[in-house]
Design a protein around this ligand. Structure first.
Ligand code: FES
Length: 189
């Protein structure tokens, strides 16, 4: 857990205080596939209004998160300060700065779900996965987070597991959800 926090903290400090992208950008170590994808996005959006955010969206959609190398590459290619890119990335919750887990467990913590015990679901997930809200397990198998209202308050408390919504979730259901994923992973291995 400490390691995860440390990774995030390092990324934040790194991006916040280092404005000179070229001094940081190990372009030659960038994954060629990622670099190709970013270059295609740059070509596609070249000269178009609002292109930075659209490119970041494409990277997020295709890659699952916006890696630091991609941000550095964009800063250099577009001639904009790293701080500006970082500002956009942190303003919108949609963007992720670290690789998400393979399986995502989302607990709705909106008012209806909160009143029906979503806090207990979060606590149970934290206990079973040994991570906190917003964190990913060290093996990157599970990511958990809480969100505000997912639009099915009548089913409170609700959870979304890998894009599938579950309603009226009991604390005792949590272990089974995790176990099913683990078993599936084992049988796919
Ligand atoms: S508050 Fe949880 S679905 Fe609306």
């Amino acid at each position: 857990m400490y390691k995860l926090r440390k990774i995030r903290f390092s990324y934040l400090i790194w991006e916040t205080f280092c404005m000179n992208a070229s001094a940081l950008a190990p372009m030659e170590t960038m994954d060629p596939e990622l670099r190709g994808m970013v270059e295609r996005c740059l070509q596609e959006w070249e000269g178009r209004e609002g292109n930075l955010i659209m490119i970041l969206h494409e990277i997020q959609n295709r890659h699952g998160f916006v890696p630091r190398e991609a941000s550095l590459f964009l800063a250099e290619a577009m001639g904009i300060p790293m701080a500006r890119i970082y500002e956009v990335l942190t303003f919108y919750h949609y963007f992720k700065l670290i690789a998400p887990g393979k399986h995502n467990l989302t607990v709705c913590n909106g008012t209806a779900c909160y009143l029906k015990g979503s806090g207990r679901l979060l606590t149970e997930l934290e206990r079973r996965l040994s991570i906190k809200d917003g964190e990913t397990t060290e093996d990157r198998m599970f990511h958990m987070e809480s969100v505000r209202c997912i639009g099915c308050c009548g089913m409170a408390p609700a959870m979304v597991v890998d894009q599938k919504t579950f309603g009226k979730v009991a604390v005792t259901d949590v272990a089974g959800m995790i176990e099913r994923i683990r078993l599936q992973e084992e049988s796919d291995a």
